[in-house]
Design a protein around this ligand. Structure first.
Ligand code: SAM
Length: 244
């Protein structure tokens, strides 16, 4: 059927692709890929020969317009990213927005996403969570961002680069205090590891060991009820002082 299919691909282990994803990729008129070389390898592994088109948000309006035109003609296009679910810290939002504005069908083909895979093994509350994606690379803006996240009443889910994990953990410990946290690395791959501990302990460990290898999701427990209460009281104090 025609439409824009948002197809999840594996986050490491090539077995983590659904039957429906493979069927959709094989049947599409084209596969729109963030990096055509990466996706070519995936398609080759499953013997799929659908033509590839490079798509990232900065390929700009020209490519987007061409894709919308193809959808209007009744073609089916499959959007994938290098790994996991497209649009989750990955390109696609602008294209989906444009397709919806044109009244064209948009169909999800769900599957792997590092955020959810990490959340469920972290050992932190899963009933409520907040996906933040990547924190700013510089410490100042990163701390401001963490301050803005401090009172969110759910587990924080963050993507982080391995060379920044020690610094980010240290900033998180400084801003959020010694909350329980987890570092999930290389999920579904050979060196899959999940380290659980308090933010300050994890920060000290990574500072000592140096940058790990691979891909990382950082998860941080929400503030406890007492911490939130204390925070609210401080806030109130400040407001009272400001009013006087
Ligand atoms: N769209 C992808 C998804 O749904 O998971 C995420 C894309 S984002 C550009 C890439 C980041 O996801 C990495 O820097 C890392 O933080 C996280 N990630 C991807 N694969 C991972 C894996 N196998 N283990 C841990 N984290 C992973």
């Amino acid at each position: 059927a025609p439409g824009l299919y948002l197809v999840a691909t594996p986050i490491g282990n090539l077995g983590d692709v659904t039957l429906r994803a493979l069927k959709t990729l094989a049947a599409a008129n084209a596969v729109l890929a963030e990096d055509t070389r990466v996706t070519k390898t995936l398609l080759a592994h499953y013997g799929i020969t659908t033509p590839l088109v490079a798509y990232h948000e900065h390929t700009g309006e020209a490519v987007r317009d061409r894709m919308i035109a193809r959808l209007r003609e009744g073609q089916s296009l499959a959007l994938v990213s290098d790994a996991g679910t497209p649009l989750v810290s990955d390109p696609g939002y602008r294209l989906v927005e444009a397709a919806i504005a044109e009244g064209l069908p948009v169909i999800p083909i769900p599957g792997a996403s590092a955020a959810l895979a990490a959340l469920v093994v972290a050992g932190l509350p899963t009933d409520r969570f907040f996906f933040e994606g990547f924190l700013p690379a510089k410490s100042g803006p990163r701390r401001s961002r963490l301050e803005a996240l401090a009172s969110i009443p759910g587990t924080l889910v963050l993507y982080e680069a391995p060379h920044r994990i020690a610094e980010s953990l240290a900033d998180a410990a400084a801003v959020l205090g010694p909350r329980p946290a987890a570092v999930a690395r290389e999920l579904t791959k050979l060196h899959e590891t999940v380290r659980r501990g308090r933010l300050d302990e994890l920060a000290a460990r990574y500072a000592q060991e140096g940058a790990p290898k691979g891909e990382i999701v950082l998860l941080i427990a929400p503030a406890t009820e007492e911490e939130r209460q204390a925070e609210a009281e401080i806030g109130l104090d400040d407001k009272l002082k400001a009013a006087l």
